[in-house]
Design a protein around this ligand. Structure first.
Ligand SMILES: O=C(O)CCC(=O)C(=O)O
Ligand SMILES: [Fe+2]
Length: 306
């Protein structure tokens, strides 16, 4: 991953059928082959970037914990979220919302913040983490591109930070009457690629019929293939089903997703299908001509006998 975020990529340690680690493969190659085989990969960030992101997660955690508590006090955090978009907007590009199972911050770096206003620590943290994670996703998409996939390299970017209160804090605030809803049910992301990092392990990915915990250590993040990349590679990079397992203690996670323009995705998917069709036509033509050669050969050998 030249000139960018991911310094070292590792294969997921979970699946027994993980692709063999080639001694000479680069971290980017290993990440791409893991994404191709499993729809996800674990990568390590350089320590300076990991340290910045660690501080950002602390900032998000504090703000979102406060937002969640305020939401509970005001009754807003007693209802589960029905969609992934925060309902409440504080600024055009930086929004906070609180639901029962989580509080959420969303930052859209493509739309810039008003420049005449002094940035809050929250905005600074959003900008800094979006910059680092954006580079990581861009370089991963370029590596996928270099591996022969004609994927769009750009798109809308979304940074989300989630605070999950966990069962203990929830019971302390709300009591036992009202159970804490599932933190984040099983789903595939809609975009091309998502990166996830957290301060407590709870992300699970589906491998075959089984769910596996992704044990991220500080400075590591998970890359997750979304539906757009799956569709435009005809499943060569399969979308990864994932979820957050129920939590006892609180957790904060950071996700950054690239969603390409639907038209670009459709164009790329159509081109990919045309390539697949051309390849199968070529195989068909090859098979037909082999068959006709065989028939000719049989025919002439039968003629020769007669
Ligand atoms: O919080 C997490 O670890 C993952 C959240 C997630 O998958 C999502 O919001 O799409
Ligand atoms: Fe997700």
């Amino acid at each position: 991953m030249a000139g960018s975020g991911a310094d070292m990529a590792q294969l997921p340690r979970l699946p027994a059928e993980a692709p063999p680690l080639r001694g000479d493969s680069s971290p980017a190659d290993r990440a791409v082959s893991s994404l191709r085989a499993h729809g996800f990969a674990v990568v390590s960030l350089p320590s300076d970037e990991a340290a910045v992101l660690g501080r950002c997660v602390v900032t998000f955690h504090t703000a979102l914990q406060q937002e969640h508590r305020r939401g509970v006090a005001e009754g807003r955090s007693l209802v589960p979220t029905s969609c992934d978009l925060p309902g409440e907007s504080t600024q055009a590009t930086l929004r906070l919302a609180a639901f029962a199972e989580r509080a959420q911050l969303r930052y859209e770096p493509n739309a810039s913040l008003p420049s005449d206003e002094a940035s809050s620590p929250l905005e600074e943290a959003a900008k800094a983490s979006a910059q680092i994670l954006s580079l990581l996703l861009c370089s991963t998409l370029s590596s996928i591109h270099e591996s022969g996939v004609d994927a769009p390299l750009d798109g809308a970017r979304l940074l989300d930070a989630f605070y999950y209160p966990g069962d203990n804090a929830w019971r302390a605030m709300v009591g036992h009457e009202r159970p804490l809803p599932t933190p984040c049910p099983a789903h595939e992301d809609v975009g091309m690629l998502t990166v996830v990092m957290d301060n407590a392990n709870a992300l699970e990915v589906k491998m075959g019929d089984d769910w596996s915990l992704v044990p991220l250590t500080p400075g590591e993040c998970a890359l997750i293939v979304g539906r757009q990349l799956d569709a435009l590679t005809n499943g060569e990079f399969p979308a990864c089903m994932h979820r957050v397992r129920p939590l006892t203690e609180q957790r904060t996670s950071l996700t950054f997703e690239v969603r390409c323009d639907e038209k670009a995705a459709n164009r790329a998917a159509a081109a990919e299908s045309a390539r697949a069709l051309a390849a199968s036509n070529e195989n068909f033509v090859r098979a037909t001509s082999a068959l006709s050669q065989l028939t000719d050969a049989n025919h002439s050998s039968r003629c020769a006998v007669m």
